[in-house]
Design a protein around this ligand. Structure first.
Ligand code: MTE
Length: 310
């Protein structure tokens, strides 16, 4: 008797689903899809306001392909692997509120769309350098953090800013990893917050900021390692004491407070001399301050005793 080897897709007639059941299920799916546009609108971000590119901020490299920048992410609230982008879609970007409090003259809680209307929105191309030695070049749409600080007016006693990420257990499976010190908090000094480069993206590649990249609102410090750039921010607190930060709490020897990019200062477990460009996989030399020294190096004069790098 010949032995028939069926490929996996070749199901015997007995296992084939009857036609009526298939079409019935299709009809059901079609009606669900028809209802989907309305459901998809819940929590969606509106289009970005009209804005122009600020030509002072050029990436100096080819832009990373949008698809690469939006599918290769670090966002531990959604999981500790690079492919969290799909799961992150479940996080609603509206409504969204930002609380700005602590040592400020005008503590305020903003609805994000009210805040955006108050801010000078523009596009800037920045390089982003992760401490893991990969890099991207991204066109961000957003506003300088300084503009927001001018609204709330930090008191002279306020020396640091703490940026707190949303904690949404229903959509963030990573929060179940209870050994991490949630919520994610990152921090900077007042001088760093007021630096012209410190930017609060609400978009990238001309679109509202995707959840996996920190939508609807994040911070970026392009001269520092990417772990300082907190995502999906709900609260900014101005305070006198240096805040405890997420990575600084987990591994203080490896992730310092300042975390400025420097090719000459290795991470304890790997070199920082070069970086891998996401998308092209080209390896290029890293530059001190990620190439932004003319904007930022002056801020660190007198702080040479601090561990300024990594
Ligand atoms: N912010 C939060 N809340 N959680 C995170 O895990 N990862 C950081 C930073 N911001 C992280 C975060 C790290 S390590 C990097 S390199 C950048 O986000 C990555 O940003 P990207 O995914 O937009 O490239």
């Amino acid at each position: 008797m010949p032995i028939i080897h069926r490929p996996g897709w070749n199901a015997p007639e007995s296992q084939v689903t009857p036609q009526a059941l298939v079409t019935g299920r299709r009809a059901l799916m079609a009606s669900a899809l028809l209802a989907a546009p309305a459901a998809a609108q819940v929590g969606a971000a509106p289009p970005l306001p009209a804005h122009t590119r600020n030509e002072r901020f050029q990436g100096g490299r080819a832009l990373t392909a949008e698809r690469e920048a939006t599918t290769y992410n670090n966002f531990y609230e959604f999981g500790s692997h690079k492919g969290i982008w799909r799961d992150a879609q479940r996080m609603a970007r509206r409504p969204w509120r930002l609380q700005v409090d602590g040592m400020v003259e005008n503590p305020r809680e903003f609805d994000i769309d009210d805040l955006i209307r108050l801010m000078p929105v523009e596009e800037r191309i920045y390089r982003l350098r992760c401490v893991e030695a990969w890099a991207m070049t991204v066109p961000w749409t957003g506003f300088p953090l300084r503009a927001l600080m001018e609204l709330v007016r930090p008191l002279s006693s306020g020396r640091f800013l703490a940026f707190q990420t949303a904690q949404l257990p229903a959509v963030m499976p990573g929060l179940r990893q209870t050994w991490f010190p949630w919520p994610h908090v990152e921090a900077c000094t007042i001088a760093e917050a007021m630096n012209e480069l410190t930017f609060m993206p609400i978009g990238m590649y001309g679109q509202p900021l995707p959840q996996q990249n920190g939508g609807p609102l994040r911070v970026v410090f392009p001269w520092k390692y990417g772990f300082k750039s907190g995502k999906s921010i709900v609260r900014i607190t101005v305070q006198e004491q240096r805040p405890n930060t997420f990575w600084g709490t987990i591994q203080p020897q490896e992730y310092g407070f300042w975390a400025n990019v420097n090719p000459a200062v290795a991470h304890p477990r790997w070199s920082q001399a070069t970086e891998l460009l996401i998308g092209t996989r080209e390896r290029v030399p890293t530059t001190i301050w990620n190439g932004y020294g003319e904007w930022v190096a002056g801020m660190y004069q007198g702080l040479e005793g601090e561990r300024l790098f990594v």
